[in-house]
Unconditional design. Structure first.
Length: 214
């Protein structure tokens, strides 16, 4: 199954860098155990598929897989090439699914940091402790990654309104030059004949993370 994002996206000198994405070499290969590198590789496959299936629907996702396997050589996959590599249209910019700060990469980073902040042990789940060092909470990194994922995925759109002081606020589409995946698919609905915007998985307010709710 072709993947857009892999572990190499987390080996770059940017905010998505994950030191554990590089293999740990041991003197005796027979003593090697499952490590963060292999976990990250599996997470890339799992998270990417989950995001795209729930956003695009199974039929459109399967066509995207064919386009990726074909490396977009077939002209029939021209719209999928733009979905992945980015597009400029009507004074708008869609950054695409495949670049250093991809929404998929941010979601993988969020999940990796969240899961690796806690380690399984024989007595249950414990938080990692480091002797003679100061541990810094990853809450800000997790919240920032989540918010940047949401911004690229659906921008300000919410499936349920925010209600405060008897005022109901439905977040709609923004007029920014850079559009979200949701807005791009809305604008390009004619290019993806199997896509149904009503089935697009939208994140509600309770699923948006902040540093207080982690």
């Amino acid at each position: 199954m072709p993947n857009i994002i892999d572990k190499t996206y987390f080996q770059k000198a940017n905010e998505l860098n994950i030191p554990q994405s590089v293999a740990v070499i041991v003197a005796n290969p027979a003593l090697a155990t499952p490590n963060s590198e292999s976990y990250l590789t599996n997470l890339c496959v799992k998270i990417e598929k989950s995001i795209l299936v729930n956003a695009l629907g199974l039929q459109t996702y399967n066509t995207l897989q064919l386009a990726l396997a074909d490396n977009f050589t077939n002209p029939l996959y021209a719209s999928y090439k733009k979905l992945v590599q980015g597009d400029e249209y009507d004074n708008k910019i869609w950054s695409g699914l495949d670049y250093d700060y991809s929404l998929i990469a941010y979601k993988i980073f969020e999940e990796f940091v969240t899961e690796r902040n806690e380690q399984l042990s024989g007595v249950g789940v414990v938080k990692t402790d480091a002797e003679k060092s100061n541990l810094i909470t990853p809450a800000y990194k997790i919240a920032t990654a989540n918010q940047k994922f949401i911004e690229q995925y659906q921008k300000g759109y919410l499936i349920e309104p925010i209600i405060y002081d008897n005022f109901i606020d439905w977040f709609g589409q923004c007029d920014d030059v850079e559009v979200s995946l949701y807005q791009y698919l809305m604008d390009k609905a004619d290019d993806f004949t199997d896509f149904n915007i009503e089935n697009f998985r939208v994140y509600c307010e309770s699923e948006v993370k902040n540093t207080f709710g982690i």
